[in-house]
Ligand binder design. Structure first.
Ligand SMILES: [Zn+2]
Length: 304
């Protein structure tokens, strides 16, 4: 069974009824995967929160303190898109702890999947687009600090550009940022990743998979990472509320299988997070996020 990471707090954030963030998707996904036998309670770990010191390895100290103590300016809070609460601060620490746990399990077992994560719009001293702390970069940095890896590649397939990841890793040759994203989408001002692949609106399965097939082996050959952190955002889906691409459920499965198989072939530990995915009816997101777990099961079979 594939080792996974989940915490109930992911869906326990008090939001106004009209808020468009799909906060229930985490627990809905967890239930769905358990019921289908795609994950098991025995192989699903509950992460501990990171400490403020861990977060400060990547983010500005004043920003971290402001988030943790509820001192964010209103404009900063609006840019994040969530009203501040103790639950929000705790959820951020645990989500980042979850991605770090996933990285550690990937290092140990070869692959691990996180039922949260992908907060790639969080920058050094501010958050944006529902992202407070950048779990991807923090986990990569901790992996370097603890010598689980010498060079980490963050492979971001969420429909939105990983702009926070790009700015946070700009001067760090040991963390490589690769972003495949819809060009005409949030953020309007793109940052510069190590590799950016801007995609046109309405790209379908065929076009998307052809691009991925070309980019991923090239990036892995070029940078020779010894750990990959994969953002498997499903907002590239044809029915996503915020994406403009036309990828189907089947396309998501093929994408995830491709990434997982490439890493497995190269014996590269792979830590994956579910990333973005938006719908009014949150239940609609579950089959989309489920594809990552099916893909891992199909590629890794009974080897876990
Ligand atoms: Zn997104």
């Amino acid at each position: 069974m594939i080792p996974t990471v989940f915490h109930p707090i992911y869906s326990q954030l008090p939001l106004p009824a009209t808020h468009r963030y799909p906060i229930q998707k985490y627990q809905l996904l967890h239930q769905d995967l358990l019921q289908r036998g795609l994950i098991s309670a025995h192989h699903c770990t509950t992460p501990a929160p990171l400490t403020a010191a861990d977060i400060k390895r990547v983010h500005h100290s004043d920003y971290v303190e402001a988030v943790l103590t509820g001192q964010l300016a209103k404009a900063a809070e609006r840019r994040i898109g969530f009203p501040w609460s103790h639950a929000l601060a705790q959820r951020c620490l645990i989500s980042c702890g979850g991605t770090w746990q996933t990285v550690q399990q990937a290092h140990q077992y070869g692959i691990s999947l996180h039922l949260s994560g992908g907060y790639h719009h969080a920058h050094h001293h501010f958050g944006s687009g529902y992202c407070v702390f950048n779990d991807l970069v923090i986990a990569a940095q901790l992996a370097l600090d603890q010598q689980l890896a010498q060079r980490v590649l963050i492979f971001d397939c969420d429909v939105h550009q990983g702009d926070g990841t790009a700015t946070l890793t700009r001067d760090n040759p040991d963390i490589i940022s690769v972003s495949l994203h819809c060009q005409r989408n949030f953020p309007s001002r793109k940052a510069q990743s190590d590799i950016d692949i801007p995609l046109d609106n309405d790209l379908d399965d065929r076009g998307y998979l052809a691009t991925l097939t070309e980019v991923l082996p090239w990036a892995l050959d070029l940078y020779q990472p010894d750990l990959v952190i994969y953002d498997a955002g499903v907002d590239i889906h044809q029915h996503d509320r915020l994406g403009y691409l036309k990828v189907t459920d089947q396309g998501l499965l093929q994408r995830d299988k491709l990434v997982i198989a490439q890493c497995k072939q190269r014996q590269l530990p792979l830590a994956a997070v579910i990333g973005g995915g938006y719908a009014v009816e949150q239940q609609e997101l579950i089959p989309r996020h489920r594809q990552l777990f099916i893909a891992a099961e199909q590629v890794w079979g009974n080897q876990q």
